[in-house]
Design a binder for this molecule. Structure first.
Ligand SMILES: Cc1ncc(COP(=O)(O)O)c(C=O)c1O
Length: 476
């Protein structure tokens, strides 16, 4: 048995993979990642693959970045971890200051945890606790956007409920109010009755259609306004993924949506929680997605790219107003009794600081925008493809939605797992990407070199074109 066989055998025997149908997993042979370099993952047999998912949307500067490696090594020589319960720490204090200096103005307090979902859980308790401590204890519920994904803890499942994922756990989740997502391919019924999404090949993608965008913006904001008018007294916060809903299938929001939601939250005096776990740290072409519409949420959730994709760390930023509600005399019992063992881990904070510094040292935001323009140009080659329904892009966050027939907008049967098959066809060509249903997700490493990005786009465009031509030949 060689090394790879041994590792595969151990994996099959003992590792329970996330979001993975395990029976089918064990019937296949997984890639075993052993090393990485820059934009490439290297398997246990030495074959190299472009990391087209940024290791689940978190890698920023590439793998084995000398500056981040060194920052972690330097910190290891001091202390790996000490608790934030009753103690402060050097790295967590420095990083908090650096985050606050770059976040939308007014988000002055940083609460650390270790995953996107835990950043959201802290936000939910901050919001409900805020109203409790300020004399409105009936404000306990949340407004979520349909299709949202905020993680897999109980609270984040509740505000991102999906029957497909969560049905067995329906009894565990709390009830949430839902507002309709501005989804160009599946617009709310009232919008679809007025504006039919574009479907002709060679024309605009549905998500680029200005008439549809305007109708969805108006409809979705009116829907939220109505909800807040009817239930405002029960609602603690509106929770959004600004600019683009990621795991919902890369659903991009029409311009003005985030600003509109923020204005409605203000009008109805509810808090706004922005989940920037996926869209934060440069992914959409600004350091934080809220910056696109000059919005300052009351609470901002960050994770994934916060350490450049190195170590598990998350931060929930809050305004002074929110945090002040949790302060007072000990007898007032306003303390936020919430936290985790590894809160503010020193190695992770050191990695985060090194990553933030690289944004500026390497002019990364400008490079991301240049790379985004390259991707957009390359994807134009798919405009004539009859099996591509829509291409949605914000910065380096891209969804390519496949369909059986673009003219009739007919989807594939989900059991066919077409998205997964197209992604797997890219593997032998040296590219790793993952789909969301039949939407191919491109999440290149943000600092990808132009030649690597071109290589990635060659594989994506050619594979989709060849797959589509094959279907056309077979009359599908
Ligand atoms: C928008 C958003 N929020 C929260 C999460 C959960 O993050 P984690 O997997 O780190 O718990 C994710 C994960 O994909 C996400 O995309």
């Amino acid at each position: 048995m060689n090394d790879t066989d041994h590792l595969v055998a151990l994996d099959r025997q003992h590792v329970w993979h996330p979001f993975t149908p395990m029976k089918q997993w064990r019937e296949g042979t997984p890639l075993v990642i052993a090393r990485a370099e820059g934009e490439y993952l290297i398997d246990s047999d030495g074959k190299r693959y472009i990391d087209g998912v940024s290791s689940l949307w978190c890698n920023v500067h590439g793998h084995r970045v000398p500056e981040i490696d060194q920052a972690i090594r330097d910190q290891l020589d001091k202390v790996a971890h000490s608790t934030l319960l009753g103690l402060a720490s050097e790295q967590s204090a420095l990083f908090a200051g650096e985050l606050v200096a770059r976040a939308p103005k007014g988000l002055d307090k940083v609460f650390y945890s270790d995953a996107g979902a835990t950043a959201l859980e802290a936000a939910f308790k901050m919001a409900v606790g805020y109203w409790h401590h300020t004399g409105r204890p009936k404000r306990t519920r949340f407004v979520g956007v349909t299709g949202a994904y905020h993680g897999d803890t109980t609270g984040s499942m509740s505000v991102g409920y999906s029957d497909f994922f969560h049905k067995p756990f329906a009894s565990m989740v709390f009830p949430t109010f839902w507002t309709e997502a501005p989804d160009a391919c599946r617009p709310p019924a009232a919008v679809a009755a007025r504006v039919r999404p574009t479907s002709s090949t060679g024309g605009l993608w549905p998500s680029e259609d200005p008439a549809l965008a305007a109708a969805m913006l108006e409809h979705c904001l009116a829907d939220l306004d109505g909800l807040l008018t009817r239930h405002g007294d029960e609602i603690a916060a509106v929770v959004i993924e600004p600019i683009m809903q990621g795991a919902a299938g890369m659903i991009c929001q029409p311009p003005g949506y985030v600003r509109g939601v923020a204005a409605l939250a203000r009008k109805h005096d509810v808090l706004l929680i922005a989940d920037e776990v996926a869209v934060g740290f440069g992914r959409t072409g600004k350091l934080f997605a809220c910056e696109h519409e000059e919005v300052r949420p009351d609470i901002l959730c960050l994770a994934k790219g916060i350490t450049g994709g190195y170590l598990p760390l998350a931060a929930t930023l809050a305004t002074d107003r929110v945090e002040a509600a949790f302060t007072g005399a000990i007898a007032d019992r306003r303390t936020l009794f919430h936290g985790h063992t590894y809160t503010g881990n020193a190695l992770a904070c050191a990695a985060g600081r090194a990553s933030l510094a690289l944004f500026e040292q390497r002019g990364l935001i400008a490079r991301i925008n240049a790379s985004a323009a390259t991707v957009k140009r390359r994807l134009d080659a798919l405009r004539d493809c009859p099996h591509v329904m829509d291409i949605r892009q914000r910065g380096l966050m891209i969804g390519i939605e496949l369909c059986k027939n673009r003219a009739t907008r007919e989807p594939f049967e989900s059991a066919q797992r077409v998205g997964a098959a197209v992604c797997m066809a890219m593997r032998p060509k040296g590219l790793i990407i993952r789909p969301l249903g039949d939407t191919l997700v491109l999440m290149p490493i943000l600092a990808s070199r132009p030649e690597v990005l071109e290589e990635m786009m060659n594989v994506v465009v050619r594979t989709v074109q060849e797959w589509s031509a094959g279907l056309t030949r077979r009359g599908t």
